[in-house]
Ligand binder design. Structure first.
Ligand SMILES: Nc1ncnc2c1ncn2[C@@H]1O[C@H](COP(=O)(O)OP(=O)(O)OP(=O)(O)O)[C@@H](O)[C@H]1O
Ligand SMILES: [Mg+2]
Length: 474
């Protein structure tokens, strides 16, 4: 894309010579002969660079510079000054000019300074996009799932993120507790400072304390140098203590002290250090039960349980399964460079009916495995062998009274009709490669009626985003 440049000078001849110098495909040059005209043009168009004469009748260059920088801080301004105007040039730099060019300048000088400005713009742009890439990774828009349970979680994240409150994230393994913690940090005022995670389950008491608080050289065998603790590393940022339920009692006492006094002591040190961290904690254990059996301090429990967020199990929000499955499928297809474009109805029904003891992590691994196994472009039931479980037994109570018998018979009838209908739809779709039009034709049903059945059983063939070979007549 060509760089857009505005030349501002009251002398026509200067404008013409600049145009000659900046002639070429890489520049798009425009001009203005007064300050007012320049401001109007800057308002209307999207310039990268303004080359601005300081000495102009009417509104002078400094005034124009000031207004441009106020209203369009992203535009780079190069000032053109007379030889005797070095003082003014310095002032212009203070007002935010990119650089200045003494008149008369030769063509190379102008080209050079314009190129430098453009180069800096490119770097800034690159940094911005890198940063937004990092940011966007943990925005909570990245957490997939729109079930009511997840919407409740999003509301809580949004509420607590801007505060400094300690948050306790509970939930089974693999439900996304760490994602929630990151979302809180990256939506908080601390987002530009560090987010540090300590996994409290994998370290012995000794190593955990040195990890959290640091140690001084020689404080124990192996402490060959001073080590900064994570309370220091995360200063002004967020410290996420994962598997919080596994912390030994002695360390719990020390943590309580940090939370209360906002200061800590490195292992082997005699002096204390101040810390300003926000603490997020997560556990898949029932902390209350741990408190009851004496393995977790009650006072610490109350300190960290200020703002609890529960991360719901996947089986309690099955409606999120298709979106998650398609999301992981897309990620893996990119990774594996293997174009798996869909999930067959049968496979989706397996995914929907599985209980997911390992939650989203298990679903992620299952889709990954299936994407590798898939022989054509679709994940099929046979690619999910690892989780296929026998059909659940119908869970109907044995009736005890005649009324009960009627009720249960009615339920049983409805249920078996539903089962037959569901199998009918799923099997037809499977035979027809998930093509709804062909499925309807094969069964002799109207397409709309067939679709109504699909809707009744919440059967979706493919994510529309990934859907490439099926055009939906409307
Ligand atoms: N809602 C979600 N959307 C997208 N990916 C998710 C979601 N929830 C979890 N994941 C993915 O599932 C995996 C497990 O998530 P995470 O590590 O946050 O879970 P956890 O609750 O901390 O598990 P554990 O208790 O085992 O540490 C990660 O790869 C994460 O990216
Ligand atoms: Mg975790």
């Amino acid at each position: 894309m060509s760089a857009r440049i505005l030349i501002v000078d009251d002398e026509e001849i200067v404008i013409r010579s600049c145009r000659r110098i900046l002639d070429g495909d890489e520049y798009l040059v425009d001009s203005a002969q007064s300050g007012q005209e320049a401001l109007r043009k800057v308002d209307e168009s999207d310039y990268d660079i303004v080359v601005l004469d300081i000495m102009m009748p009417g509104m002078d260059g400094l005034e124009v510079l000031q207004q441009v920088k106020e209203q369009h801080p992203g535009v780079d301004v190069i000032m053109v000054t007379g030889l005797s105007q070095i003082k003014t040039a310095v002032q212009a730099m203070k007002l935010g000019a990119f650089d200045y060019l003494p008149k008369p300048f030769d063509p190379d000088e102008l080209k050079h300074v314009v190129e430098r400005a453009l180069e800096r713009r490119r770097l800034l742009e690159e940094n911005r996009s890198l940063k937004s890439e990092v940011d966007s990774k943990y925005r909570f828009e990245n957490i997939i799932g729109s079930s009511p349970a997840m919407q409740g979680v999003y509301r809580l994240i949004a509420k607590c993120a801007p505060t400094n409150s300690t948050v306790l994230i509970t939930g089974e393994s693999g439900t996304g507790k760490e994602m929630i913690a990151r979302a809180i940090h990256y939506n908080s005022l601390r987002k530009d400072n560090s987010f540090v995670t300590v996994d409290c389950a994998t370290l012995s008491e000794h190593l955990l304390e040195s990890e959290l608080f640091g140690h001084v050289k020689g404080s124990f065998t192996g402490a060959v140098a001073n080590k900064r603790g994570m309370f220091e590393v995360a200063n002004n940022g967020t410290l996420f203590l994962d598997e919080f339920g596994n912390i030994p009692l002695a360390t719990q006492a020390k943590l309580l002290r940090v939370i209360q006094e906002r200061e800590f002591r490195a292992v082997g040190s005699t002096s204390t250090q101040q810390t300003n961290v926000r603490l997020l904690t997560a556990t898949n254990k029932d902390l209350k039960a741990l408190v009851a059996d004496g393995s977790f301090r009650e006072d610490l429990y109350y300190r960290i349980n200020v703002f609890p967020i529960h991360s719901p199990a996947l089986r309690d929000r099955r409606e999120d399964i298709p979106a998650l499955a398609f999301h992981f499928l897309k990620v893996f297809c990119n990774e594996l460079a293997k174009p798996v474009s869909g999930i067959s109805a049968g496979a989706m029904s397996v995914l929907m009916n599985h209980d997911w003891p390992g939650n989203v992590r298990e679903l992620e691994n299952t889709v990954h495995r299936a994407a590798i196994l898939a022989t054509d472009n679709i994940i099929r039931q046979s690619d999910l062998a690892s989780i296929v479980s026998p059909a659940p037994a119908p869970d109907l109570d044995v009736p005890r009274t005649s009324d009960d018998l009627k009720r249960v018979k009615k339920i049983a009838r409805e249920k078996s009709v539903e089962d037959v209908e569901k199998m009918f739809v799923l099997e037809t779709l499977r035979r027809n490669d998930s093509n709804v039009t062909r499925s309807a034709q094969e069964t002799g049903m109207q397409r709309s009626n067939f679709q109504a059945l699909m809707k009744k059983y919440n059967i979706r063939v493919r994510d529309t985003e990934l859907d490439s070979d099926e055009t939906e007549p409307t």
